[in-house]
Design a protein around this ligand. Structure first.
Ligand code: ADP
Length: 490
């Protein structure tokens, strides 16, 4: 099975969110299962070529965008400690700048994002041809790759290299669709007739992700619940109809996590390593977290959060009840970056409650690990959550998740009330309705249990013992690739 994995971000080279973690891990697991897999991603200005020993290789390609012919180059590296090759598409014009999709420190998208990812989509197909890969499946991820299935069924359909190539479009977050003005259709080089409401048009705009959904041979998303949710008006973001139409080809495969990176027994970023049989280190991590964030070193529940500061993440629920939260004997530590409105609000809380609230408003990988290890409880009250990775990291770190029952959160967290804790399955706290009162009541439930040391420790250990490694999910992807390659996906 020859697979080309296309992703706009791949950890550890570039990252804005969970997609990078997935793209850094899934290809490795696929390779272990016997697939021949290569990864293609942009060569952003942030990618550290020296640190990752990337080498420029002797391939040049051309992509015509509008009237301009753009020449691209290629750098090659490997996913760390593996033989999975990663090809980085270079373009001074489109990628040699800081920031992946928007100006760093802002939420303002780059104005040329459509051109950038037309360049990436076509560039990737050009490079695949030059590498003579003849893929069985091109696995596309998110809107930035959405035009690839379109090109494969049109411009590139007659090419020998792609004669037996099928495409899978994975949706990691349906809110980000890559919508651009109608005039950008001319930049794509695609026939204008494709700009119609059944194909690339979305209420008068050009929609890259819709292209991926309509033209791919199969579609997947990152949890079974989210696969259902996106076919509804509430979560479909306007694409529910198209998705429903393709529901026979739509699959939900939950993400795994990479235990070589997220494991308290070996984590290099934390002050003391620990595991299910040796929990003492977690206390040291908690104290260190309190010291780092200048919070009193008390044995109160530390509630942690690591998140993009985006509406999706349920921050409005926290804000609505924050003053009630502060009446509880807890500490709250937040690591996040994103929307400046949220920066200001949480910065304000930290000023008003310096003994109880600490925030770090930036993107910082080591701090994410410190919070996972040092907190007692991890908060994810998301409005929607396609899969969510942090709840899975939290389980491994013995940091009990409180989550809203949506998407991947609903598929991975089992509320402590639903079964006896001794059964080993329950692993956190869940609330259903998107309500600040319910979130607050659930936090109170968690704090009550925290005080009962024995059941709390069992709950922690249940989560720590569960296996959310990539192997199982990679097997599901491989089975799906095989179905797609054979041409029957239902
Ligand atoms: P999403 O992809 O919607 O952002 P996920 O839970 O799937 O959410 O993945 C988020 C990933 O990004 C996790 O690896 C998390 O640790 C990381 N992350 C989010 N915000 C930050 C931040 N401010 N600093 C460091 N890592 C972060």
């Amino acid at each position: 099975m020859k697979v080309v994995y296309l992703s706009p971000e791949v950890a550890p080279f570039s990252k804005t969110g969970g997609l990078a973690d997935v793209s850094g891990a899934l290809p490795q697991s696929l390779k272990k299962l016997g697939a021949e897999v290569i990864v293609i991603t942009p060569f952003y200005g942030n990618v550290k070529a020296d640190k990752h020993s990337l080498e420029k290789i002797d391939i040049q390609f051309e992509v015509k965008i509008g009237d301009r012919v753009n020449i691209g180059g290629v750098h090659k590296g490997f996913l760390p400690d593996t033989h999975v090759p990663v090809y980085f598409l270079e373009s001074e014009r489109y990628f040699d700048r800081m920031g992946l999709y928007n100006y760093p420190g802002t939420t303002n998208d780059f104005p040329d994002n459509s051109e950038r990812f037309i360049f990436f989509a076509r560039g990737a197909l050009e490079v695949i041809e030059q590498l003579k890969v003849h893929p069985d499946v091109v696995h596309c991820n998110d809107w930035q790759t959405g035009l690839v299935p379109v090109y494969l069924k049109t411009t590139y359909a007659g090419k020998a290299c792609f004669r037996n190539t099928k495409s899978l479009q994975t949706l990691h977050n349906l809110v980000y669709q890559g919508r651009f003005g109608k005039s950008d259709m001319d930049l794509t080089g695609l026939d204008r007739s494709l700009f119609n409401w059944k194909q690339l048009e979305f209420y008068g705009q050009l929609n890259f992700l819709k292209g991926g959904i309509v033209f791919s041979d199969a579609i997947s998303t990152v949890s079974k619940t989210y696969a259902e949710e996106i076919q509804t008006m509430e979560c479909g973001d306007g694409l529910q109809g198209v998705l429903h139409e393709r529901s026979k080809d739509l699959y939900g495969i939950i993400n795994g996590i990479d235990y070589t990176i997220w494991n308290p027994e070996t984590d290099k970023y934390i002050i003391a390593n620990y595991g299910i049989k040796k929990l003492a280190g977690k206390q040291l991590c908690k104290k260190s977290l309190q010291r780092t964030y200048k919070l009193p070193e008390r044995d109160v529940p530390v509630v942690g959060m690591v998140t993009r500061l985006a509406k999706q993440k349920g921050l409005d629920l926290i804000i609505a009840k924050f003053h009630d939260f502060m009446k509880l004997d807890i500490q709250f530590v937040l690591l996040g970056s994103g929307d400046t409105m949220f920066h200001e609000i949480f910065q304000g809380f930290a000023k008003v409650f310096p003994e109880k609230v600490a925030v770090k408003l930036t993107f910082d990988e080591p701090s994410a690990h410190e919070i996972e290890a040092g907190a007692d409880v991890f908060l994810m009250p998301s409005h929607y959550e396609p899969c969510g990775l942090n709840q899975l990291y939290s389980l491994k770190y013995g940091t009990v998740p409180i989550v809203r029952s949506t998407g991947g959160l609903a598929d991975t967290i089992i509320d402590v009330r639903s079964e006896p804790v001794d059964g080993g399955r329950v692993n956190g706290f869940l609330f259903k309705e998107y309500s600040a009162d319910l979130l607050f009541a659930t936090l109170v439930r968690a704090i009550d249990l925290f005080r009962k040391k024995d059941p709390w420790q069992r709950l922690m250990k249940n989560g720590m013992a569960q296996d959310w490694s990539w192997e199982r999910s990679a097997k599901e992807y491989l089975a799906l690739y095989k179905k797609v390659a054979k041409g029957h996906t239902c």
